[in-house]
Design a protein around this ligand. Sequence first.
Ligand SMILES: Cc1ncc(COP(=O)(O)O)c(C=O)c1O
Length: 397
Amino acid sequence: MASTKAVPVSLPEISFLPYNRSLIGEEEIDAVVQVLRSGWLTTGARTREFEAAFARYVGASHTVALNSCTAALHLALAAIGIREGDEIILPTMTFAASGEVIFYLGARPVLVDCLPNSFQLDPEQVERKITNRTRAILPVHFAGAPCDLERLCDLAKRHNLRVIEDAAHALPTRYKGRMVGTFGDITCFSFYATKTLTTGEGGMVATENPEYAETIRRLSLHGISKDAWKRYSAEGSWRYDILEVGYKYNMTDLQAALGLAQLAKCDAMLERRVYIANCYDRLLQSFDGFTTLPVPPYIEHAWHLYIVQVNHEALTINRDRIIEELKNRGIGTSVHFIPLHLHPLYQNRLGYREGDFPNAEERFSRAISLPIYAAMSGEDISRVMDALADIEHEFHR
Ligand SMILES: Cc1ncc(COP(=O)(O)O)c(C=O)c1O
């Protein structure tokens, strides 16, 4: 009888270039180890230090560190007094988090389309969606490029609305020379693992309004009285008052230590991403099957995402197949985002349908996010472009 034992076949190894990898050096490791050795792991002195350093970096008067940008968006809406029945206008082209926080408060997300040939929300459509129930605009600085903040803030002022910026992608981003973080009423940042500054999970609100900051701080720790986090230290007291229903959204000193070390290299990491984006831009000029969208001259892009648009007219395979082909060539990618109105939650609860936002659907159907992160080498950049060139060659019409 023939043996059923499998014969090992040796295939050449293709090393996989992940879609994202954090740049973690000895500085981050030492900073976290120091916190571990200190005996105090949760919110404390390191968190306050991170808040102060971040405030200086973006030029904001008040910052509160939290455990995610989702928490930041939730508490920002709570701080401006959003309640049941209120309407918040936001782009359909965003992640689940931007919309779900509106549901948390019993309010209604009102979606708008992208500008033509852009991933950014269309301010004209925002204006058209304003009703007497609208309370706020929630713009998303998609991919790390700011929305038209002047226009949106002016619109908000004229209609007495608040602006809560979803800046999950926008660190560091400049609009007309000024850092994102002080334009709207409250700006919310993300330090999720793939973001341009990471604490593993984490977020931050920045605001010029001390009352908003204090409300957010209180709500982030069970709605209990000021400086509750100090209650185990010599400066604090065991006594506290529960003032309102709060949440458990505080950042830990372990995360803050990581954040401080990352903040120190934030500009250098941006420089690297700008270099990668410039390389991609330049190399893509010779492609038929892939293009990029133009960047307005008055912005400085954080390059959290680099998105190529598939030119389906030039290729025999679609976006989804191209992602598979890139994977087969060892390149990790992602897609940002499946527009909110295409998801069952938004269709079943709010009645949105496919076809409602044609610009967002067009962008989504062609989008592939390529790897772009400070830890990428020159060889990694070439591998991405070589893989695209190979696919274009093999599947050209
Ligand atoms: C546009 C946008 N907003 C909000 C978030 C939520 O961030 P976090 O994971 O820190 O809650 C994300 C996360 O990817 C995002 O892409």
